[in-house]
Design a protein around this ligand. Structure first.
Ligand code: SF4
Length: 232
């Protein structure tokens, strides 16, 4: 079995009847060098946007959140992963996808050579936690989505991965079930960024039988990326 696949399947908890071996090292994608002036300007725009989110009162969720959760990862990543909204742990720590679901997401991403420290940016559709982890209301999504759109304008990702039904349906403005959104290439926004859909790691923790389908989605996304950016 391919080392990378084995590493993923072991990381997400699918048992294998094969000897264990060290996971294959995944090379981090090389980031392009940017002129210093442009980089400083981009950093300023990111910081301004982040500050705006952290003091945002556009929707009632600001009344119940501990803090806004802006996003995490290098600002020139080719990959953008988008989830639904912060949960309790994210609300407390100010970072998306921490806790058990975050650890599973990290393992999934590592299996295709991605790491939030080096080459993937992670954000949510909503920046503030809905109380009790209820589904976001349409008016909350409408209020918050422009922040994500601005993040995308700054990041200019080559590929987006929407994890979970809420993220996928809101980004694609559809009520088609997640199962029918998987396995094909969608496009998002004015930049027409290619977008692939997969399951939310919190769902996979509850429904381990679908982890193999998630792995198919990740391979699909990785292959698409290699087609879009040959040589990486
Ligand atoms: S969810 Fe978005 S729009 Fe609502 S308060 Fe938080 S940052 Fe503002």
């Amino acid at each position: 079995m391919h080392g990378e696949r084995r590493a993923y399947l072991e990381a997400i908890g699918i048992d294998l009847w094969v000897p264990r071996a060290a996971p294959a090292a995944q090379p981090a994608a090389q980031l392009p060098v940017e002129p210093a002036g442009k980089a400083v300007e981009a950093a300023g725009r990111w910081e301004a946007l982040r500050a705006e989110v952290l003091k945002c009162t556009r929707c009632p969720l600001h009344l119940t959140r501990t803090q806004g959760v802006f996003g995490v990862g290098p600002k020139r990543s080719d990959w953008l992963v988008i989830g639904e909204a912060p949960g309790a742990e994210e609300d407390r720590r100010g970072e998306p996808f921490v806790g058990a679901a975050g650890q599973l997401l990290d393992a999934m991403l590592r299996a295709i050579g991605l790491d939030r420290a080096t080459n993937v940016y992670i954000a949510n559709v909503l920046k503030s936690r809905p109380p009790g982890n209820r589904d976001p209301k349409p008016e909350e999504v409408a209020a918050c989505l422009p922040y994500l759109v601005r993040q995308i304008e700054l990041l200019k990702p080559k590929i987006m991965l929407a994890v979970g039904r809420i993220a996928a349906q809101n980004l694609l403005a559809t009520d088609v079930p997640l199962g029918r959104l998987r396995g094909r290439v969608h496009h998002f926004g004015e930049l027409n960024t290619p977008l692939v859909v997969t399951y939310h790691p919190a769902y996979l923790l509850r429904t381990p039988a679908d982890k193999r389908k998630a792995w198919e989605d990740l391979k699909f996304a990785r292959n698409l990326y290699h087609q879009l950016v040959p040589g990486k």
